[in-house]
Write a protein that binds this ligand. Structure first.
Ligand SMILES: NC(=O)c1ccc[n+]([C@@H]2O[C@H](COP(=O)([O-])OP(=O)(O)OC[C@H]3O[C@@H](n4cnc5c(N)ncnc54)[C@H](O)[C@@H]3O)[C@@H](O)[C@H]2O)c1
Length: 341
């Protein structure tokens, strides 16, 4: 394993593709970025020439012309299944952004394609690689606050995501686009699977967007029950304007552990006019900057060491199931039992 690098191609040169491709090309020593794919030629070309790699118009073209072992799928959610299955069938290891897919059937196809072709599949829950989240998980698993009984996750984004993510016909809405991460954190810290999900959501921040895309919501509250009895709370909102806000609180039988704050810096400006100002995290790219590097590194090391990824396709599917249950609960105004039928 020593000295070997994994040849990687990034599929999707949008917001997330840029983060991963830049990290793979400049910061991750076990990676060799060979190319960038985007169906929009200018997008692929711009990012590829910035990083000095090849560019392709499709994954199929990249597989014909390029030599690589793993893909990072950073395209809109409705494309994940087809791209992941195509890559796995060709023997490429797959890192896929969250939400894993639009349906559980699609998620199952991705998992079985990876299994059948003996390739790794990791889903993009980068919070699990954030140094504070990681340390907190370690402490909780060591019993630092006794047994977790209630986990609360706050997940809010400052601005609207791309249009495909706003339209319930092409995305799963904010509860998936922003809050997939929170569902994953609830599961991870509680060390348990969801049993019941109840959600309320409304379009209160941007009712104008709901007029264009009926079913759009921008504020969400979820209460969840876990199989072994624990309780989960999720509080989401986007676009909140004030910053990227990811905070977590875990109540245990012997104490409390909290992670995160709205402030993105320890700097305060205390002005003589009695006003105190500070800076928030401006986006997920800043708040989880190091976590994106660590998650990609972990995926590539799983390939090199031939071990299971730290966040599996099954993790992605379980989070997707909770998200779909929340969406159903929002529509039907009732608690939803898992597993979904
Ligand atoms: N982990 C995180 O923190 C995080 C943050 C934001 C978005 N995401 C996820 O990343 C994914 C992409 O989101 P984004 O905001 O970067 O989207 P985006 O719209 O900014 O970029 C998507 C890119 O994919 C390209 N594309 C679409 N279909 C394609 C195809 N079939 N083949 C090749 N290229 C194709 C588009 O032209 C576009 O350039 C989504 O699943 C989203 O939920 C994750």
């Amino acid at each position: 394993m020593s000295g070997r690098r994994v040849r990687v191609c990034v599929v999707g040169a949008g917001r997330t593709g840029r983060v991963h491709a830049t990290n793979l090309s400049t910061r991750i020593t076990v990676a060799e970025l060979i190319g960038v794919v985007d169906q929009v030629a200018e997008a692929a070309k711009a990012l590829a020439s910035e990083l000095g790699v090849n560019h392709y118009a499709s994954l199929s073209e990249a597989m014909k012309k390029g030599d690589f072992e793993a893909v990072f799928i950073t395209t809109p959610t409705p494309t994940h299944r087809d791209l992941a299955v195509e890559a796995a069938e060709a023997g490429k290891h797959v890192f896929c952004e969250k939400p894993m897919a639009l349906t559980l059937g699609e998620a199952d196809e991705m998992i079985s394609a990876a299994r059948k072709n003996d390739v790794k599949l990791q889903i993009g829950f980068m919070r699990r690689f954030d140094p504070e989240f990681r340390k907190a998980k370690e402490l909780i698993d060591q019993g630092a606050i006794g047994k977790p009984v209630l986990v609360k996750s706050v997940g809010r984004g400052p601005g609207l995501p791309p249009r495909w993510a706003l339209d319930p016909k092409t995305g799963l809405g904010m509860v998936a686009e922003v809050n997939s991460h929170d569902f994953d954190s609830l599961r991870w810290f509680m060390n348990d699977d969801f049993k019941t999900i109840y959600a309320e959501a409304a379009a209160l921040l941007r009712p104008d967007v709901a007029e264009e895309f009926p079913g759009f919501h921008d504020v969400v509250a979820v209460t969840a029950r876990f199989k072994k009895g624990g309780i989960g709370l999720l509080d989401g909102g986007c676009p909140v304007g004030y910053g990227y806000d990811a905070r977590l609180e875990i109540l245990g039988t012997e104490g409390l552990l909290t992670i995160g704050e709205v402030k993105g810096t320890s700097m305060l400006i205390c002005h003589a006019d009695k006003k105190i100002t500070t800076e928030p995290f401006s986006s997920w790219r800043d708040r989880f900057k190091e976590a994106y590097v660590a998650e990609a590194e972990s995926f590539l090391k799983a390939i090199l060491g031939d071990r299971d990824p730290e966040v599996t396709g099954e993790d992605g599917r379980k989070t997707l199931e909770a998200t779909l249950a929340a969406i159903r609960s929002i529509k039907e105004h009732r608690p939803i039992e898992l597993p979904l039928r």
